[in-house]
Ligand binder design. Structure first.
Ligand SMILES: Cc1cc2nc3c(=O)[nH]c(=O)nc-3n(C[C@H](O)[C@H](O)[C@H](O)COP(=O)(O)OP(=O)(O)OC[C@H]3O[C@@H](n4cnc5c(N)ncnc54)[C@H](O)[C@@H]3O)c2cc1C
Length: 263
């Protein structure tokens, strides 16, 4: 049973700072694994542990050198192989070009993948397109918003959370599953795992390795172009009413509600 996990590296949301033109400041930005990808990874490692020796977990990311730490972490928590897919010709791409890149990488490096796990969406661009998009290109089924996966032979049982409750599905493999936050804890890498990760070579994959042409990736292959970003106006402090004199406070509040034509 070969399992693939696609992970994305994103800016740590706790660190985001914007300049006076509302542009994201890139200096000293910390890059971390997308939170839902952490759950996809944990799910894969748990499935591998349940299956035993015959299972492998391969991790793929399309990104630059900043993504290497996330790949090392994936190896340290129990994944077998990791690939950094990095080429300047990918720049200017959209979700479609990204799906082509991941589909080609899976076909080349894990051609017999049975389960391909994704995060439900990324914390920075949040399209949620990539998992189902790769499933379409692979011509295999996909299920989104999952929080639990169990395997039995060629069947996966998937629990999916909706506003109404938990739905349970079965899926005939191979298939794509997009993971939300799960009920279980994420593991921390142990020292032994970190040492193994440091010894494991992480191959850097280029466009030419994937059998794709330059016009299928990057700006040439993109259908959607991001044009601008405007931050929402900052919330103002509101109007404070001094409550030391309750009667005066009530009068002030009523005046305010009249002024605002609320009453
Ligand atoms: C090299 C490169 C150059 C880019 N250039 C531009 C650009 O010029 N302009 C622009 O607007 N956008 C650019 N992008 C961004 C790109 O369009 C988005 O990253 C991509 O469309 C993913 O969208 P998302 O984060 O909304 O994915 P979502 O669908 O929200 O992500 C869901 C899941 O898909 C998987 N996934 C997402 N991204 C990756 C990844 N990179 N590698 C592996 N798995 C992944 C993860 O499992 C993730 O949890 C670039 C991206 C890359 C990698």
């Amino acid at each position: 049973m070969n399992i693939v996990v696609c992970i994305k590296t994103v800016p740590d949301t706790a660190q985001l700072r914007f300049d006076s033109n509302n542009q994201l400041m890139h200096d000293n930005l910390e890059w971390v694994m997308n939170p839902f990808c952490e759950y996809a990874l944990e799910t894969a490692v748990r499935l591998k542990e349940a299956i035993g020796e015959s299972a492998t977990v391969t991790v793929l990311t399309v990104g630059d050198a900043r993504s290497k730490d996330a790949l090392k972490k994936a190896l340290a928590v129990g994944c077998d192989q990791a690939y950094l897919i990095n080429d300047d010709r990918f720049n200017g791409g959209d979700t479609v070009t990204l799906c082509h890149i991941l589909n080609a990488a899976i076909a080349k490096y894990v051609p017999d993948a049975k389960l391909v796990l994704f995060g439900q969406y990324s914390s920075d661009q949040m399209s949620g397109n990539v998992g189902p998009g790769v499933g379409q290109l692979m011509e295999i089924p996909s299920l989104t918003f999952c929080k639990e996966v169990t395997l039995s032979g060629e069947q996966a049982t998937l629990k999916r959370e909706t506003e109404k409750g938990i739905e349970t599905y079965t899926m005939t493999l191979p298939g794509v599953v997009c993971m939300m936050k799960c009920d279980y804890e994420l593991r921390m890498p142990a020292i032994k795992g970190v040492m193994k990760a440091n010894r494991t070579e992480i191959p850097e994959v280029k466009l030419d390795d994937l059998g794709l042409s330059a016009d299928q990736v990057g700006a040439g292959g993109a259908f959607v172009t991001s044009m601008s970003f405007t931050r929402k106006p900052q919330k103002t402090g509101g109007q404070k009413i001094d409550g030391s004199d309750p009667q005066a406070a009530v009068n002030q509040l009523i005046d305010y509600l009249h002024q605002q034509q609320i009453v």
